[in-house]
Design a protein around this ligand. Structure first.
Ligand code: ATP
Ligand code: MG
Length: 380
């Protein structure tokens, strides 16, 4: 059964790609792929599934051959509008954070990418990934929940630490006037350290739950501002490249917060290429990418995120031990880092309803932000 199903589909795949490769070769290729690949025909019947796909769906290819996708998932599953969109020929479409839930299947946090096969009208090739395969493939996604846990802590810190701190600082200042010269050094130390804690708490405070004010933001102007700040300061030695889509519409966001986000990303990039014996390069990119959608929590709506803003560097890549916790607060590999930069980035992009993707290997690390555009304000 499996063989027959596989054979039919391979000829489809082969024809679509205009190839004459042997079925066996394509079969080997598909089996080796660590991601689930599924081919549906125009009636959502399973025409092909690779071994990773069988594992993903929890059914063998032989079993799947008896079913339509509609048998596995209820009709209101968001994958069906996605399939309709792909069949309308809108090129490759990606949807993040889908939940595939049916009588035989329960998979939250799925990324689905689909593409139509033009030579087989109605056929759709799907690639399915859950969060763990995304990690295995060296890609990391953060969703709006990332760094949320920090919010509560920030509020407590701000409240419980700041008050006693100002008491300590005040007392040290009073002492300063009365103690002997030799001890003054100590009171100054208390004051300075209190100031340092205060600055840290202030930085944490942005994690508090405050609604953000959003409007149209020209992201190229934001990037220009960030680049100028970087080049006159911490990234003076780094070469910048700009790869912009000049027709990009305005982002729906908060300008100051987006400056902060991009500053943090550019600062990390600059730190990653410094002192590594390479000619440091940072590339800032913008692009319009149809088809990236993200679930809106607590509703069936999908948020449209067509604007891509990316920061790429040619540094050594994100250290292995940091990767699983990249966006968590206080995670740092730097002697004097606070580890708050990316936690803040995740929180802010989450507040914007956006999505972050990371790809990192030696010589190329890229943080990609997917953001909503102004015209979609009604979708929020
Ligand atoms: N572009 C990058 N290349 C390599 N590693 C990175 C990159 N960006 C982040 N990292 C890793 O992720 C860690 C966390 O980054 P994050 O910005 O949250 O904190 P930090 O830079 O260490 O400190 P802070 O931003 O508070 O000064 C970094 O310490 C570094 O190990
Ligand atoms: Mg940082």
């Amino acid at each position: 059964m499996k063989g027959a199903m596989t054979r039919g589909v391979f000829s489809v795949v082969g024809r679509a790609a205009g190839m004459r490769a042997a079925d066996a070769e394509i079969g080997l290729l598909m089996s080796a792929l660590p991601v689930a690949v599924v081919l549906l025909d125009a009636r959502n019947r399973f025409r092909y599934v690779n071994p990773a796909g069988e594992q993903f769906l929890g059914l063998s290819a032989a079993q799947l051959a008896q079913h339509r996708l509609d048998d596995l998932l209820p009709p209101d599953n968001p994958i069906f509008p996605l399939l309709a969109k792909i069949r309308r020929g809108e090129a490759t479409v990606a949807d993040y954070d889908l939940t595939l839930e049916g009588p035989r299947l329960r998979k939250p946090g799925i990324t689905v990418q689909g593409t139509p096969l033009p030579e087989e009208p109605g056929s759709v090739l799907l690639v399915l990934q859950d969060a763990s395969t995304a990690r295995a493939l060296d890609r990391q996604l953060t969703f709006r929940g990332a760094a949320r846990s920090v919010s509560g802590m920030a509020a407590i810190l701000a409240h419980e630490v700041k008050n006693p701190l100002s008491g300590i600082r005040g007392a040290a200042q009073l002492l300063e006037a009365s103690v002997a010269e030799a001890d003054r050094e100590l009171t100054v130390l208390i004051r300075d350290e209190a100031d340092r804690i205060r600055a840290l708490v202030d930085r944490m405070e942005v994690f508090g739950e405050k609604p953000i004010e959003r409007g149209p933001v020209n992201i190229h102007r934001v990037l220009e501002h960030v680049r100028r700040l970087a080049q006159t300061g911490f990234a003076a030695h780094v070469r910048f490249h700009e790869v912009y889509d000049p027709s990009l519409p305005a982002v729906l966001g908060n300008r100051d917060q987006l400056v902060q986000v991009l500053l943090n990303l550019v600062k990390n990039a600059a730190e990653a290429v410094t002192g590594k014996g390479i000619a440091g390069e940072i590339t800032l990119l913008t692009a319009y990418q149809e088809g990236v959608r993200l679930a809106v929590p607590g509703s069936a709506d999908r948020m449209h995120l067509p604007l891509v803003v990316a920061v790429r560097d040619n540094g050594p890549g994100i250290p292995e031990d940091i990767r699983p916790h990249l966006f968590e607060p206080f995670i740092t590999s730097k002697p004097s880092g606070s580890g708050l930069g990316l936690a803040l980035v995740a929180k802010t992009i989450g507040d914007h309803g956006g999505l972050i993707e990371v790809e990192s290997r030696p010589g190329r690390t890229e943080f990609r932000l997917h953001l909503p555009m102004l015209a979609d304000a009604s979708e929020l």
